[in-house]
Design a protein around this ligand. Structure first.
Ligand code: GLA
Length: 377
């Protein structure tokens, strides 16, 4: 694209991916989550280009595209919808955006359950807010990015990913109540352990449609349980007793989905407590239990993720592991003794290659800060 010659950005924004310690699929059930941003990020470089409405966007690894701010609509090219969706949502809040040029670069593996989608949406929204002085708060950015995902990308996601990408603090996890959006940063120190991600490199294309189906199944559970418990407005309000009492009115599938969510919400508090006490053994064993639920009750795992989690159960230097993110592939999160990281990676790489003929990708992550401006060079 022509603008790339002599491109001098006015601002640089780094927008991170996230991991979630625990609390999977609880966000759209108005429950609790425990995520944090990681060091892997998407970097946006922007400048105003002097045009009223013409914008040029170039993503390294994808083709660039140009757009007119007055003619925003859903594109057939999937990744463009992250940009268009954000511009569409911003246009409802502000009329201050004008023509801009933007480059996008990423060291965040796409489709790996580390929330590259939210990093895209929030990073662009954050950058436009700075460049055009839109006066949006961080929470505005989080919410408009979530709406962009709903309307232009088509996943009816909860708020966790966008919240974690924008609001995280280095060395902390966020205990977030997805109903009230009240949150607490909890410091974590997992020394002498490390957080190692094993990327299955599969992202089954079921992910988006099945995600929306899970949400509907949970909603069906709520509607059914409401008959005896009118005070219930989401699965967050459902107790184990209510669920057992209503069991005969639910299909086995919907019962299992609800059962998982109730347990998963409780696990968020158990893990938050254990992290405060530096009790990593407890954290690890809860991660294994959670993965069982992800796989058997919520059914959002896949053979590749199950294999990698099971493999580590034989290793006494791994305290716990589970698939992280929306599901059907992506990464597993592993708590591994620092002296044995190489051993884990070597053994898992070999076994995974033998079983699935896929080259595993492994990397360390650390709890990092949220979206921020970087210095211009
Ligand atoms: C995806 C969604 C989140 C959340 C997770 C599962 O990452 O974007 O809102 O529901 O899946 O915990």
């Amino acid at each position: 694209m022509q603008f790339l010659e002599n491109f001098k950005p006015e601002i640089i924004i780094a927008s991170p991916g996230r991991i979630n310690f625990i609390g999977e699929h609880t966000d759209y059930n108005m429950g609790y989550v425990l995520p944090t941003a990681i060091g892997n990020k998407i970097t946006f470089k922007l400048r105003k280009n002097g045009f009223e409405s013409r914008c040029n966007v170039y993503s390294i690894g994808y083709k660039g595209f140009s757009l007119n701010l007055n003619e925003i609509s859903v594109s057939e090219t999937e990744w463009e919808n992250y940009v268009l969706g954000v511009l569409n949502e911003i246009s409802k809040l502000s009329d201050k955006v004008r023509g801009f040029d933007c480059t996008i670069e990423s060291d965040l593996p796409l489709g790996s359950g580390l929330s590259s989608s939210a990093a895209m949406e929030c990073g662009l929204a954050y950058a436009l807010n700075e460049l055009f002085d839109l006066g949006l708060s961080k929470i505005d950015i989080v919410k408009l990015s979530q709406r962009a995902e709903h309307s232009y990308v088509g996943t009816q996601c909860g708020i966790m990913d966008q919240f974690a990408s924008v609001m995280s603090r280095e060395g902390h996890v966020i205990l977030l109540d997805c109903q009230s959006l009240e949150y607490k940063h909890i410091p974590i120190d997992i020394h002498p352990y490390k957080l190692i991600m094993l990327n299955t490199k599969v992202s089954h294309n079921l992910a988006s449609s099945e995600y929306n189906t899970r949400k509907q199944e949970c909603e069906l559970g709520v509607v059914t349980l409401q008959k005896k418990n009118p005070e219930v407005s989401s699965l967050r309000d459902v107790t184990r007793e209510m669920l057992e009492e209503g069991k005969t009115e639910l299909s086995e599938r919907v019962y299992n989905r609800c059962s998982f969510i109730i347990d998963e919400n409780n696990r968020v508090f158990e893990v938050a407590e254990a992290l405060k006490e530096n009790d990593l053994k407890t954290v690890g064993s809860i991660l294994y239990t959670a993965h069982e639920g992800i796989s058997k009750l919520y059914e959002v795992s896949c053979p590749e993720s199950d294999f990698l989690v099971d493999l580590t159960k034989e290793m006494d230097f791994v305290l716990g592991a589970r698939q992280t993110g929306g599901g059907f592939g992506g990464c597993t999160l592993n708590i591994v003794h620092e002296t044995k990281v190489e051993t884990l990676i070597a053994e898992a790489t070999l076994a995974y290659k033998r079983k699935f003929n896929i080259d595993l990708e492994a990397f360390e992550v650390e709890p990092s800060g949220g979206t921020s401006a970087e210095n211009l060079i």
